[in-house]
Ligand binder design. Structure first.
Ligand SMILES: [Zn+2]
Length: 278
């Protein structure tokens, strides 16, 4: 919600505009302007010109506040639940990826980080048994992109398709089609988590394939995690895509299921918490 300071600042700008004072004199270049620190956090900054004899001010949206608002919106629409955001209860960042739980994930973590660099192949497929941290890495990639103000869409494929089947109504189909169109073209990064365990209808699976295919042909950044490598192998059309190493890097994530260890850790943490607070 816009705060009072921002509304006042906006009204002030409108007032100046209606006075017709916003036409920049031709002998003034934007570099003549200096910024007055008017924000924190009214949302507007005032630019003024310091050249004597020609006073000039102009109100503009504060770039830092704009960035923060945009980032918040991008996080909120990313599909990554807020507990995994930086500062959340269980942040899923590269820094919080605990290698002590699973030494064998050291190389996959490094490769996943490398994927966030410019010039990396646009596709990354993380394959390996369930529970070894692939999803954490996929979320960490998503968060790295969000921090750079990229549009990210994170999908848990089986959950999404189950949800679609549970609400098999014309409205949900329409939303699904819209989402698929959006996924194919718009996000800077799409993450398809747990691909291959979905039991979607042939129709939904076909749509999913079309989206992946479009993103592949356009070389758009896409991360797929999969704990059933055969799911990728079964689908000839997808398999042939994965062998082109200029577009796709397949990372085999070996290593055990760390979820029982995590559960123990959480039980202990929550136990301590309850103990300390009772
Ligand atoms: Zn600001």
């Amino acid at each position: 919600m816009e705060n009072l300071g921002a509304i006042l600042a906006r009204l002030r700008t409108r007032k100046t505009s209606s006075q017709g004072s916003q036409i920049l004199p031709s002998n003034v270049s934007p570099s003549d302007f200096q910024r007055e620190e008017t924000c924190p956090h009214g949302g507007m900054v005032r630019l003024y010109r310091s050249v004597p004899g020609q006073p000039w001010t102009e109100d503009n949206p504060c770039p830092e506040c704009w960035t923060e608002r945009r980032k918040a919106r991008l996080y909120a629409t990313s599909g990554i639940p807020d507990i995994y955001w930086p500062g959340g209860a269980e942040p899923a960042t590269f820094e919080s990826f605990d290698l002590a739980l699973n030494r064998q994930m050291e190389e996959p973590r490094q490769l996943a980080r490398g994927y966030c660099e410019d010039g990396a192949p646009p596709w990354l497929v993380l394959v390996g048994p369930a529970g070894n941290g692939k999803t954490h890495l996929a979320k960490a990639i998503g968060i790295t992109f969000l921090e750079r103000l990229a549009r990210v869409r994170f999908w848990v494929v089986p959950a999404f398709l189950d949800q679609l089947r549970a609400t098999f109504a014309p409205e949900s189909l329409k939303n699904f089609e819209e989402e698929m169109r959006y996924l194919a073209y718009v996000p800077d990064l799409v993450v398809m988590d747990d691909y291959g365990t979905q039991s979607g209808t042939p129709w939904a699976n076909e749509r999913l394939y079309l989206v992946l295919n479009l993103r592949y042909e356009k070389r758009l950044r896409t991360v797929v995690t999969c704990n059933r490598p055969e799911a990728l192998q079964d689908e000839d059309r997808i398999r042939s895509r994965l062998y082109d190493t200029s577009i796709c890097q397949v990372v085999h994530c070996r290593g055990e299921d760390v979820r029982p260890k995590l559960r123990d850790w959480r039980t202990k943490r929550d136990g301590d918490y309850i103990h300390e607070n009772t």
